[in-house]
Design a protein around this ligand. Structure first.
Ligand SMILES: Nc1ncnc2c1ncn2[C@@H]1O[C@H](COP(=O)(O)OP(=O)(O)OP(=O)(O)O)[C@@H](O)[C@H]1O
Ligand SMILES: [Mg+2]
Length: 343
């Protein structure tokens, strides 16, 4: 299986009630890449996926697969596989029947169907489940059957709309990493819709964050997290500490609770960092405050430290030390983890 480059050029989609679901979207997904589309409910994720699938036609703009303009091609002529949130398997067919359904329709020979079915069962880890009926499967197994079914015709493009949303947290996390590995191994071009930032980070080679039908940012998971384009993206993908700058000093920024190191040429009014980038020190630090809360979260603890600003600082620490309430906490921060935001 090999993927194709997908390109959306100035795509706009409005519905009859006047809702503009997607505004002038320009987007390129490289062959073999997995793009995660992330954003709050109603921001246009599914509509974007449906434009790529051929289930919606843009009012304006074009969709290209490689060099060919597929804007007017319906889904059955686009060579795409799709997996939805709610499996949509055929309950009257067994697992194997579901997987080969699309092959039968396409006139693939019985021998070839059997061969491909066993390859796919193995790929999704359901070797011994071909003869099972759908209601004898767990949610995670059903989702794998849906994936195998979508992959059976060897599509150039795989589209997934919140395929893990119906699963419990633990299974979700496991399937998430399995799916990430599988997609990389297949070399297929994939678009994965989710409103879960952890899922987008784990699965996407790049992430498209959408807000009100527009691109808020398109970048690698690392850049989305560490260099968010604006406050919306920054807050959507994780927790933030905001520091109001009181004064610029020769080597830093004076803020409530101390002085932050700063190498930037610009002199911002507010700088930000993620909770895990504040380090608890034995004595000396850039910032000092009082502990006002501590929450054990398993692999890490979250501390709330009052430095005299409007909000206590959030500090995520993997150090399991327990501090007495009200004790003095010293925090250090590296200048490179501080960032600024346009609103
Ligand atoms: N068939 C339709 N008719 C009218 N409006 C629609 C239709 N489909 C979607 N919309 C509207 O377009 C906007 C984008 O919808 P879309 O389904 O793409 O959002 P989404 O990001 O997938 O949301 P969710 O996370 O809730 O699935 C919403 O305001 C929605 O109400
Ligand atoms: Mg949706």
């Amino acid at each position: 299986m090999s993927g194709t480059t997908i390109r959306l050029k100035g795509c706009r989609k409005a519905f009859s009630d006047g809702t503009v679901a997607v505004h002038d979207l320009d987007l390129t997904i490289e062959a073999g890449e997995t793009l995660a589309i992330l954003g709050p409910s109603g921001c246009g994720k599914t509509t974007t996926l449906r434009l790529i699938a051929g289930l919606e036609r843009p009012d304006v703009g074009q969709v290209f697969f490689g060099d060919s303009d597929v804007t007017r091609l319906p889904i059955e002529r686009r060579d795409v596989g799709m997996v939805f949130q709610n499996y949509a398997l055929f309950p009257n067919l067994d697992v194997a029947g579901n997987i080969v359904y699309g092959l039968k329709v396409r006139g693939v020979s019985p021998a070839e169907r059997t061969k491909r079915c066993s390859e796919l069962l193995e790929l999704v880890g359901l070797q011994d489940h071909g003869k099972r009926s759908i209601h004898e499967l767990s949610g995670g197994q059903r989702q794998r059957v849906a994936l195998a079914r979508a992959l059976a015709p060897r599509p150039r493009v795989l589209l997934l709309d919140e395929p893990l949303a119906a699963l419990d947290a633990q299974l979700r996390e496991r399937l998430r990493s399995e799916l990430a590995q599988l997609l990389r191994g297949l070399g297929i071009t994939a678009v994965f819709v989710t409103h879960d930032q952890g899922e987008a980070m784990a699965l996407g080679d790049s992430i498209l964050v959408m807000e009100h039908g527009r691109v808020a940012q398109l970048a690698s998971p690392r850049d989305i997290y560490q260099q968010p384009a604006n406050a919306f993206v920054a807050r959507f993908v994780g927790n933030l500490n905001a520091f109001s700058v009181i004064e610029h000093t020769p080597h830093g920024l004076k803020v409530s609770g101390g002085e932050l190191p700063w190498n930037g040429a610009d002199l911002p009014a507010t700088v930000y960092c993620r909770p895990e980038h504040l380090r608890v020190m034995d004595s000396e630090g850039h910032l000092h405050g009082r502990l006002v809360g501590q929450f054990f979260q398993g692999a890490q603890s979250r501390l709330l430290v009052d430095v005299g600003a409007a909000q206590p600082l959030l500090v995520d620490s993997t150090d399991s030390a327990i501090h007495a309430p009200g004790s003095l906490i010293a925090l250090a921060v590296e200048p490179q983890v501080l960032f600024t935001l346009s609103s």
